[in-house]
Design a protein around this ligand. Sequence first.
Ligand code: HEC
Ligand code: HEC
Length: 325
Amino acid sequence: MKRIRIVIALLAMILVSCSDSPVKDEISLEEIIADTGIDTLAQSETLPDGFQLLESTCFACHSPNPSNQNNVAPTISEIKIAYGNFKQEGQFIDAIQLFLANPSQETALMDDAVVQYGLMPQMSLQTSQSKAIAQYLYQNEIESGTWFTTEYPKEKERLLANKENMSYVDRGFEYAMATKSVLGKNLKGKINSEGTLAAVNFCNLKAVHFTDSMSAVYKADIKRVSDKPRNANNQANGQELAIINDFKVQLENGEEIIPVTIEEKNHVFGYYPIVTNDMCLKCHGEAGNIEEETASKIALLYPQDKATGYATKQLRGIWVVKMTK
Ligand code: HEC
Ligand code: HEC
């Protein structure tokens, strides 16, 4: 079995990793970058594509259709309009990047949305990725219904045509990111509308259906595994445990986690970290973080549960993306 480590421009923490940085009076983008070391990441093989990132990472929560309201987040059109005061491209990009680097009360402009939906989870994008997204938002009239009906389908076609040329590690990343955002959307929606207890039933990967063209094109399967699983079916095997341990060491040393790909005869496996944030602790934290009702429901459903006692920014497990060559 050949093991290749590919240094790519991904962001280390793939799952909603909520880095709640300490509150500062005025936070600049430079300070955040200095804090997180985002800029020291390895360079991407290819330049990030703003539309592609929006499609895989943002549209699950922020509908690209201006007339499509959901209970999870404002539409992308509402966001563009809220940032309309930044007339210059540079200012607009800075403002969006500032929020994406650290979604917080201080950086949020849409106070009503924060109250209505709760704060956005940290998406852990690399600066070149958040810049590409912001640039795309600025340069396209994404807030107009015309963009959605005429340009959006064309952009999707363009992506589909490009997909065959993507490297496996980029494909796996996109697949894991898309799953993460859909899962995050479902979980957030359920917690917002019905509370943590009701969300327990829901926190199953089976709830995520990919009707998207992506799963067909990539011929990929995705699963989450852990060294401390809640569901025994998600127990990591020997190979996966070795990767989990590697990722943990990198995380403990404060390094960016470098995803791993392994090639076999007919398949390529991509492994990407899943890191905890605040939201996870409601069901995976210390006893004190988990509401009593939720805890007893979990105990009932998963008598063998090992997945508690986590703090934020710890490795909860990994995505395993199996792609057919
Ligand atoms: C899991 C759901 C979810 C995903 C995925 C998501 N967002 Fe959000 N986002 C939210 C919610 C909820 C809000 C409103 C509350 C707030 O402002 O934090 C929001 C607000 C925003 C805002 C406005 C912030 C403000 O108040 O000034 C921007 C900009 C934004 N998102 C960009 C993005 C981008 C770009 C992506 C993709 C990289 C993305 N979001 C992915 C849930 C999500
Ligand atoms: C509402 C409760 C709830 C919340 C909040 C929650 N989880 Fe879970 N999580 C579960 C349940 C229940 C399972 C078992 C699902 C199954 O049976 O496959 C699970 C399973 C998992 C698994 C698969 C491995 C395993 O232990 O079986 C991972 C990885 C995981 N969760 C990560 C997270 C992360 C990261 C967050 C925060 C972003 C989070 N979870 C938030 C309830 C929750």
